[in-house]
Design a protein around this ligand. Structure first.
Ligand code: CO
Length: 206
């Protein structure tokens, strides 16, 4: 092994520790996964889904991308939602953004970052939808924080507007879509008080 040997050492130590408390943990988990939660979060290394809610393997189905964006032409994200809802039967979809998001910050900057700029256009759209509220704020920090929150709300709406989620509701399945935001400065999760559980609660599209 030429590189990153430490990762393998750490992995063996981690697996042994888990097995100390529950010797059949991996054996049981290998038979099937039945998570109740789908987490759509940012790729940021500081926002690891399982760790910040302190849940072990097997509990959360995860999709992460830069700035936790849900785009209706993104086959990757749509496939994750479809599999999670229709095959795994998750009961909750959590869109979790975070303050200090580099993707949101880059979208606010007037400079080029390469290919990623195409992806960040989706966040610039969120800015445009809420331009009046954002332009009325006094400081750049307030704009940055509010855009991080508005981006979560927008992506919750995008999840709800997928045919996958709507079909689940039409079929009478129990499914709630949540919008949360995480503080990388204090490690605390905040509920943005969005919880959509049926079709007539879906935020309207402009
Ligand atoms: Co981020």
């Amino acid at each position: 092994m030429r590189k990153l040997e430490d990762f393998f050492n750490r992995n063996r130590a981690w697996a042994s520790k888990l097995k100390e408390n529950q010797p059949d943990f991996f054996m049981q988990l290998s038979k099937q996964q039945s998570p109740e939660y789908l987490w759509i979060g940012c790729s940021d290394s500081r926002v690891p889904a399982n760790q910040i809610v302190d849940l072990p393997p097997g509990e959360i189905f995860v999709h992460r991308n830069i700035a936790n964006v849900v785009v209706h032409t993104d086959l990757n994200c749509l496939s994750v939602i479809q599999f999670a809802v229709e095959v795994l039967g998750v009961k909750h979809i959590i869109v979790c953004g975070h303050y200090g998001c580099g993707g949101v910050k880059a979208a606010l900057e007037n400079k080029r970052h390469g290919l990623i700029d195409h992806w960040l256009e989706h966040i610039r759209d969120v800015y445009r939808y809420h331009q009046e509220a954002l332009d009325g704020l006094k400081s750049d920090d307030e704009v940055f924080n509010l855009l991080c929150e508005l981006n979560v709300k927008e992506q919750v709406a995008n999840v709800c507007h997928t045919s996958i989620v709507q079909d689940a509701w039409i079929a009478g399945k129990e499914l709630a879509v949540h919008g949360w935001i995480y503080g990388i400065e204090d490690g605390i999760l905040k509920d943005l008080d969005i919880c959509i559980t049926k079709i007539d609660e879906i935020p309207s599209k402009r």
